[in-house]
Design a protein around this ligand. Structure first.
Ligand SMILES: Cc1cc2nc3c(=O)[nH]c(=O)nc-3n(C[C@H](O)[C@H](O)[C@H](O)COP(=O)(O)OP(=O)(O)OC[C@H]3O[C@@H](n4cnc5c(N)ncnc54)[C@H](O)[C@@H]3O)c2cc1C
Length: 415
């Protein structure tokens, strides 16, 4: 039987994992990226966390009030750029509609299942070729008693969903990770969370894609999708044409621009964030952590320490806002006082654009009315964590098999 030819646009974690799992199903795969896959994108230098603990979508009660409070603080961790851009206004309106308890209730099981299945796939993948998966869990560090109370409620919810979570006071937290001095009230330990160096993971997947016969084209920007009324025949860009039987768009924050070509208006905004990597940290935590009140992620990576944070919704381009980077640095010193002496001025911040859907749930599925066009994006803060499960589920859809669970909540046309 002739192999189905799949063209994947985008070589971030989502596109690479899609290519990998499609190859495992025996498909012929061509991946095209406008930069260097696994390098010039949001996936390259993120915080490297795999997070079954993240079962609450971004659109949740309290986020609107927090966003409004933070709008005037130039160092705040969450910010929506005020703008009359109709796409951003539509995104904002949808976000307001979904930031409620009912939506959280509808979403928690889906996010839990996706994250746990993805974690299982990470274990399967690292058993095949080691990429440094660290399975020590995550600490949600709380500066204040009030913060700890709020996180303890999340821990209760986690346990009801079957996710392990333990509430710790400051002393107990120090026993879980004695390698770093913490100025905190306590923490929640989520033992099933993991971390890794995303670059190492992407290199491993890229190697596998190439060794299984996948073709990767870099520095080609796709700007045309060629279609008949109900089918795509090719994608084109930079003077090249790629024909195929099925097409998967995994273009991260640039996906909606590309989809306009076929008349689709996918609500999606870039959520800019920054990371800084300290090569010789004064102390090296053994577990990854999130500074709960500050919304900053901290991850040890092979002797280095990566700190990451900020969500500036609506900011396209990788211009670095120094105020927000200062906000990240300030909170590190606040929670980890020993870091006071670190010379942060010599560390170049990296900026990445998370693809953010307005309800905090990724898009994964078939494009409406075009039978051979598929979309996988909108993973926001969880793209690395959900990379393997998204790739695997997409490969199932491409071959007409049933994915591991119902994915209706991720439908591309749900708004
Ligand atoms: C500071 C920060 C920390 C984060 N920490 C974590 C974390 O700890 N855990 C986690 O799970 N997630 C984390 N994330 C989120 C995660 O990085 C993203 O969700 C993920 O990288 C999105 O992957 P993607 O493949 O969809 O997009 P991208 O990685 O952006 O890849 C999209 C690719 O498509 C290509 N492309 C776009 N348009 C075209 C076109 N027209 N033609 C050809 N190619 C095109 C781009 O060049 C790019 O390579 C973090 C993000 C940030 C910013």
């Amino acid at each position: 039987m002739k192999k189905s030819r799949v063209v994947v646009v985008g070589g971030g974690v989502i596109g690479l994992c899609t290519a990998y799992y499609a190859l495992r199903k025996g498909m012929e795969v061509t991946l095209v990226d406008r930069g260097k896959p696994g390098i010039d994108n949001c996936s390259a230098r993120n915080a490297g966390m795999i997070v079954p603990s993240h079962f609450i979508p971004l659109a949740a009660p309290g986020m609107v009030a927090k966003g409004l409070r933070w709008i005037l603080n130039p160092k705040s961790p969450f910010y929506v750029r005020p703008s009359l851009n109709p796409d951003l206004m539509r995104w904002g309106w949808l976000f307001l509609r979904y930031a409620n308890a009912r939506h959280v209730e509808h979403s928690v099981e889906l996010l839990r299942d996706l994250n746990l299945e993805s974690r299982r796939l990470f274990e399967e993948l690292t058993a095949d070729e080691d990429f440094g998966l660290v399975k020590r869990g995550l600490l949600m560090l709380c500066k204040s008693g009030k913060g700890l109370e709020a996180e303890a409620e999340v821990a209760d919810m986690a346990r009801l969903l079957g996710i392990q979570a333990e509430v710790l006071d400051a002393k107990q937290t120090a026993m879980v990770d004695p390698s770093v001095t913490m100025n905190i009230a306590g923490a929640v330990h989520f033992p099933q969370d993991c971390h890794l160096d995303p670059q190492r993971f992407l290199e491993s997947i890229t190697r596998r894609v190439l060794s299984m016969g996948g073709t990767i084209h870099q520095e080609i920007e796709i700007d045309r999708i060629i279609r008949t009324p109900d089918k795509i025949t090719a994608v084109e860009g930079s003077g090249q044409r790629f024909e195929g039987d099925q097409f998967v768009i995994c273009g991260g924050s640039w996906t909606s621009k590309l989809l306009r070509n076929v008349g689709l208006r996918l609500p999606l905004q870039p959520g800019k964030g920054y990371s800084l990597t300290i090569d010789s940290p004064p102390q090296l935590p053994q577990l990854c952590s999130i500074l709960s009140e500050a919304k900053v992620a901290v991850t040890p990576m092979d002797g280095r320490l990566r700190i990451a944070g900020t969500m500036e919704v609506g900011s396209m381009g990788t211009h670095v806002n120094r105020n927000r980077v200062e906000g990240i640095i300030h909170s590190i010193v606040d929670y980890f006082p020993v870091f006071d002496g670190v010379d942060f001025s010599s560390i170049e911040p990296w900026a990445g654009l998370r693809p953010v859907s307005p309800d905090g749930i990724p898009y994964l599925g078939n494009a409406p009315h075009i039978e051979n066009l598929f979309i996988s994006t909108g993973h926001a803060m969880m793209g690395l964590s959900l990379g393997p499960v998204s790739g695997r589920a997409m490969a199932d859809l491409l071959t007409g098999e049933t994915p591991f669970r119902d994915l209706a909540g991720m439908a591309v046309n749900r708004f």
